[in-house]
Design a protein around this ligand. Structure first.
Ligand code: PLP
Length: 357
C-alpha cells in the first residue's frame, strides 16, 4: 500500500517556505575501497558534508526551511543555543547572515576560562554572531527548559536594538520557541526523497541508512521518508550523547510531529526507532582511540574527512555492526555524512594523542 505517490510527496514538500541556498542534491557515492575492506554489505555515502556552503552539514539542510520561516514571519534575528563547538550554531549563524538576520548564540562552556577561537567558534566570531557564554551544568546535558529560560532573559537586549529574535531549539529539531513545525525533520524527509531518487536513477536501491543521531530530527525525517518511499529500509541512528531509550523517545516525538505537519496517515511506533548507544565512547565530544582510528582509516582509504564528535562515531558503529553480522551480504547501506568538519580542527591534539600507542 502506498500512502502518497512520489509526486504528491514532492508537491507537499514544495508547498513549504524554503530558501534554497545549498548546492543540492549532494553527491551519493559508492565506497569501493571501504566496502571491500570491511567485507560486508555495499556501502554508499551521502555527502551532506558537501552541501556547498560553509563546510556543509545536516544543519544547513534544516536551515533552508527554518530561515525561510523566520524571514517570512518578519524576524530580524535568530537566537539558539548549543555547545562551544556546535555545528548547529555555526551553520545557523551563517545562514542567518546570508539572509540579513542577526545571529545570537548561547554557548554552554565546560570550564571557567573562555574557550579558544578554533573550529566552529572561530567561524561564529568571523560571522560576528552575538555570543553569550554560560557554564554548562556539570556532568549533565543542558535541558531545553534551562536554555529557553536563559534566552528569555537575553531577548530584551536584542529587542532594545529593534531586533525581534526567532528562537529555535538546539539542532533545529523539537518544534518549540518560534518554530511551530518540525522543519528540521521535514528537511530530512526531503533528504531521504533526494537520496532515493538518486539511487533509483543509478539503478540500485538500499536496505539501510546509518547516521549519527544527536537531537533527533535527522533520524525522524529519514524515518518518515523511508516509511513513505521504501518501507523495508531501516534507519539506524548511532547515538553520540544519550542512552537509547531517551533518544528513541525524542526521535519518536519528532517523527509524530512530522507526520502530523505533513498530514500523513502514518503510524510510527516507538519500537520502530532503531538507536544504538554502544558507540558513545565515553560521551558527547569524548574522543576514544577507536574513534580516532576510524577517522584516520576512512581518510586514508577514501579521502573523506569525518569529524570526531558525530560522523566518526557513526562510522565506528557501522563497522562494528558489520563485524557482528548485522547485515546480509546483499544489503546496501547508505552512510549519511552529516558534516561537522570544522570541529575536527578544534580537537586536533586530542586526536593525535589518541593515536599514539
Ligand atoms: C547535529 C549533528 C548530527 C545529529 O543530527 P540531529 O538532527 O541533531 O540528530 C549529526 N552529525 C553532525 C555532524 C551534526 O552536527
Amino acid at each position: 500500500m502506498s500512502l502518497l505517490t512520489e509526486k504528491e510527496l514532492a508537491a507537499k514538500l514544495a508547498s513549504l517556505p524554503r530558501l534554497r541556498f545549498l548546492h543540492l542534491p549532494t553527491p551519493l557515492a559508492f565506497l569501493a575501497n571501504w566496502s571491500q575492506y570491511l567485507g560486508g554489505p555495499k556501502i554508499y555515502i551521502k555527502r551532506d558534508d558537501l552541501s556547498g556552503v560553509g563546510f556543509g552539514g545536516n544543519k544547513s539542510r534544516k536551515l533552508e526551511f527554518i530561515i525561510a520561516d523566520a524571514v517570512q514571519n518578519n524576524y530580524q534575528a535568530i537566537f539558539t543555543w548549543g555547545s562551544v563547538q556546535s555545528n548547529w550554531c555555526f551553520q545557523t549563524a551563517l545562514a542567518a547572515r546570508r539572509f540579513g538576520l542577526k545571529p545570537a548564540l548561547l554557548l554552554f562552556i565546560q570550564d571557567k576560562k573562555l574557550p579558544a577561537a578554533r573550529g566552529n567558534l572561530l567561524l561564529d566570531y568571523l560571522l560576528d554572531a552575538k555570543i553569550y557564554f554560560h557554564p554548562a551544568p556539570p556532568g549533565k546535558v543542558v535541558s531545553r527548559e534551562l536554555a529557553l529560560n536563559l534566552i528569555k532573559g537575553l531577548v530584551p537586549e536584542l529587542e532594545a536594538q529593534g531586533l525581534r529574535p526567532y528562537v529555535v531549539s538546539v539542532g533545529g529539531s523539537m518544534p518549540l520557541g518560534s518554530m511551530s513545525l518540525p522543519l528540521g525533520a521535514i528537511s530530512y524527509v526531503q533528504a531521504f526523497y533526494e537520496t532515493w531518487i538518486q539511487a533509483k536513477a543509478a539503478g540500485y536501491s538500499f536496505t539501510h541508512v546509518v547516521h549519527a543521531t544527536g537531537s533527533g530530527a535527522t533520524q525522524a525525517g529519514l524515518l518518515v521518508g523511508a516509511k513513505l518511499l521504501n518501507p523495508e529500509c531501516q534507519i539506524i541512528g548511532i547515538s553520540v550523547s544519550e542512552e537509547r531509550g531517551l533518544f528513541a523517545q525524542e526521535v519518536w516525538k519528532i517523527a509524530r510531529a512530522t507526520t502530523a505537519a505533513l498530514d500523513l496517515a502514518l503510524d510510527i511506533k516507538p519500537e520502530e526507532i532503531i538507536v544504538f548507544d554502544e558507540y558513545l565512547e565515553g560521551g558527547y565530544g569524548v574522543i576514544s582511540k577507536k574513534v580516532a582510528r576510524t577517522l584516520r582509516l576512512l581518510l586514508q582509504q577514501e579521502g573523506i574527512v569525518l569529524d570526531p564528535v558525530y560522523a566518526a562515531k557513526a562510522m565506528l558503529g557501522l563497522i562494528d555492526l558489520i563485524n557482528q553480522g548485522y547485515f546480509k551480504p546483499n544489503d546496501s547501506v547508505v552512510f549519511f555524512h552529516t558534516g561537522g568538519t570544522p570541529a575536527l580542527f578544534a580537537y586536533g591534539q586530542k586526536i593525535l594523542n589518541r593515536l599514539k600507542k
